[in-house]
Each structure stands twice: as C-alpha cells, then as structure tokens.
Write a protein that binds this ligand. Structure first.
Ligand code: THU
Length: 127
C-alpha cells in the first residue's frame, strides 16, 4: 500500500495545528475501512490537560463520519522525525484497530516508515 497520500494529508493537517504553548505542531491522517481519509491536528488549551492530540482529533473525525474500523494512521510533526503516538492515543487507536494490528506510518529522513500497531502497544487492553 502506498501511504504517500496519507502522509501528505497528515502534513497538511499539521499546518493547521493550534499549539501556542508547546510550539509542537502535529498532524495525523487516518485511512478508514471505507477507503476515505480523515485528518486532524493537535489543539491545545490554556488549561494544559485539555489538549487534544492530532491522532485523537483525526480518529474523532473518522468516527463522526461513520467509520467503524481504521486501516492505517499517518503521523507527522515538523519538529520531530519518526513522530509516534503518545500512550493515550495508542489506547484510542487500539479501540478501532483489528487484532492483527494496523499500519502506523511516520516519516524518517523524508522516507515513510511503517510499523504494525501491535509493536507499539503489545498486550493491549481490549474488551
Ligand atoms: N501531540 C500530538 O498531537 N500527538 C502525539 O502523539 C504526541 C503529542 C501533541 C500534544 C501537544 O499539543 C504537543 O504535541 C506537545 O506534546
């Protein structure tokens, strides 16, 4: 699977990041089971704990549009190579990921890197 489009949309989303406190923009894009793409960026709050990560924003967008399962997630920050999801986002990705794990896409030195989600959250909790 060519995830270039997924990463391009994650990069675009990062340009809309609202991150005046951390100055760490992040964009994410989700490929839904329907074949549609959904992107999101992080948006922070002066009450810092209310910050929403790019991945959760993108997944919320997918769910609001009727997706039940996610096939892949691309994550991008202009401030970090190989930007991986935080622990909270890993649990949220888990909710919509197959047991076999989905593809997690990052960028390293301009090249896409694909990992299986189960590598990022082994032994995950799932009802
Ligand atoms: N952030 C994300 O959007 N995704 C991640 O996986 C890591 C962290 C955001 C949250 C906060 O706005 C900023 O990056 C610094 O932590």
């Amino acid at each position: 699977m060519d995830y270039q489009i997924l990463m391009e949309k994650a990069k675009f989303a990062a340009t809309n990041s609202y991150s005046p406190y951390s100055h760490f923009p992040v964009g994410a894009c989700v490929l839904g089971n329907s074949g549609n793409y959904y992107y999101g960026c992080n948006f922070e709050n002066s009450s810092f704990g209310l910050t929403i990560c790019a991945e959760r924003n993108a997944i919320g967008n997918a769910i609001a549009n009727g997706e039940k399962e996610i096939l892949a997630v691309a994550i991008y920050s202009p401030k970090m190579q190989d930007c991986l999801p935080c622990g909270a986002c890993r649990q949220v990705i888990s909710e919509f990921s197959s047991n076999e794990g989905i593809d997690i896409i990052t960028e390293v030195d301009g090249n896409l890197k694909t990992r299986n989600f189960n590598e990022l959250l082994p032994g995950r909790f799932k009802l």
